[in-house]
Design a protein. Structure first.
Lengths: 341, 341
DNA sequence: CTGAAAGCGCTTACAG
DNA sequence: CTGAAAGCGCTTACAG
């Protein structure tokens, strides 16, 4: 028994000269309270700066009014942007966000083993991350709604973009400029794992080449962690090939920024010597002049949050595939004459 | 009364043939439980995948085991990085993070008016944001520990860097290279508010000029929202002056990236024609070749979280000022001959 | 070392 | 429209 000297519903009830049951109903806007009574109770609660104890409320039957958001790493622009949108939407619905960061494989496996969100949230929004089947299946023990943002995980309701089409769009742009030697920098996370968006973008890249009648060259596909520094290293590696590519499609803009600078460090000009294309439309893409395929990250987060809200309301939801858009800037141009073999 | 068909402590007690009191003690590692009894209880709880109801636990006297983290915007690198570190440290102590994003003035004033963390958390970590005195004082009604990361707010325990010294270091570097026309791009947030780090950096910049015997030129200080695009605009504005600066100190690396690209778009070379210095050491700074003053953002977050943990343990804490470091790369060089008057 | 019982602060049938 | 009372699932003195 701990004295918390917080103001309780009983205090409000006493001041209002009614029972706690009536205060409870009045404060939550439930029917069955006289208008005058309700007004008086609301005034007193306001005056006393009373807030309902979430614990007691929950214990006696209410929802937690909390949603767990699982994100790989908030310091990455993509995830930070998505988290921002999710938080905003949930906050607007007066739900609290419980943040779970799953930044490496050890934390991930611990998360799915222990499921720390249990008994704490009404729903979980998962920002897409690579998940072994065994960990995916643990989600069934969560006992709450699960929705996925920025990809798909099993059959949970999800919001995504068409990653295959995105990569294909980028390749088509490069082919249209006359490129035939097009490389791709893939990205890994958690050491060397590829997640769905990466695999799908690879497929789109290969499909784009096939469509243009171009060969697949194994040496034109490299995988690196998705940081600018690794993007630069990947570009240097690609340019050291006997027959180097004249265009590079990067998994994301952040990788592409690194690639552009890596090429310049090599004394190459972008786009005159090598073209670079990213994916995202990162806030820096415009000033960097990066040609990219834009996706609306915030909208994905907002819609996923919206889906979670609908599910909490026992409503049906439909999966969403958001559109994308090629944004041509100054990092792409026709290949140099002599490189056209 | 809602049936949640969750497993309760009573179920565990029944299976173990003991009272709930004993289960409660055993699970929390409290003394006064026989070793054999404890082991059996732990096994049964494990087998049943039982987790203590946080609500019930809290209601009967325990802490919430939640910490509120208030952040201006998770999509900004600085805040995302700091949030990541805070979450990691709190998670390691088995505390949950309740995320509050205060992305504009309306949300901010609502946050401080309603204090939505009340009765929900044991402590609050505030990532420094500009706060009117009236809103600062509202924090006293929170009833829990408050610590501040990345700046200071009134007399709350805090972790910060020496923003004055950081800016002065940058100016000294430029002066050392021979620059005498040094501009500064300040940053605003929430429309046109300046927060403490910005004001302190301005002071450091002015102190650096004074120290070098250089005049303060009003037209050399411009304020923009802290985005790359606005950084580019600021650089263009500065270069349009009758006597343009030969070096630009930017509030942050993100602003500096924009400035560099803005200058290049004007046909100017960095650093041959204009030097640019940032602050942070953003992940892109290396590939961009940006000279900057590095601060350890993650360490600030981690230490602030640590401080909150200590305060929850009723321990004393000391404010921390972390060190910074000039990182010279290729965006700074002596001023061009002809510009030296 | 262990248990019975009160109490935490609400919500919700059930009565009136 | 309103209230008395049970119950949510724990923790913690208090006894033994």
């Amino acid at each position: 028994m701990v004295s918390r000297n917080e103001i309780n519903m009983a205090d409000v009830a006493q001041r209002a000269g009614v029972s706690v049951a009536t205060v409870s109903r009045a404060l939550r806007g439930l029917p069955g309270v006289g208008e005058a009574t309700r007004t008086r109770i609301l005034e007193i609660a306001e005056e006393l700066a009373y807030v309902i104890s979430p614990e007691a409320s929950r214990l006696s039957g209410g929802p937690t009014r909390r949603v767990g958001v699982v994100v790989p790493a908030t310091e990455k622009w993509f995830y930070g942007e998505m988290l921002a949108a999710i938080e905003r939407r949930l906050r607007a619905a007066d739900l609290d966000v419980l943040l779970y960061q799953v930044s490496d494989v050890a934390v991930r496996s611990r998360f799915f083993r222990e499921l720390p969100t249990r008994r704490k949230v009404d729903a979980v929004v998962l920002i897409a991350l690579p998940l072994p089947q065994q960990e995916v299946d643990r989600l069934d023990h969560l006992g709450v709604e699960v929705v996925v943002a920025g990809g798909r995980i099993r059959d949970f309701p999800h919001v995504e973009v068409d990653d295959r089409a995105i990569a294909r769009t980028a390749v088509e742009h490069l082919v249209g400029l006359g490129h035939s030697r097009i490389a791709m920098v893939r990205a890994t996370i958690y050491g060397d794992e590829h997640w769905a968006p990466d695999t799908l973008r690879l497929e789109g890249y290969l499909a784009g080449l096939t469509e243009a009648g171009l060969p697949h060259r194994e040496e034109y596909v490299v995988s690196v962690p998705f940081t600018p520094t690794d993007g630069a290293a990947a570009a240097e590696q690609l340019r050291s090939l006997p027959e180097p590519p004249t265009a590079i499609l990067c998994f994301s803009d952040e990788v592409a920024f690194g690639a552009m600078q890596g090429l310049r460090a090599l004394g190459l000009r972008v786009p005159e010597d090598v073209s670079v294309v990213g994916i995202d439309d990162h806030p820096l893409a415009e000033v960097m002049g990066l040609t990219t395929v834009r996706q609306d990250v915030a909208a994905q987060g907002e819609l996923a949050a919206e889906m979670a809200l609908l599910r909490l309301d026992h409503r049906r939801v439909e999966d969403v595939v958001l559109s994308h858009e090629l944004v041509v800037r100054s990092s792409t141009a026709p290949p140099p004459e002599r490189a056209d073999a």
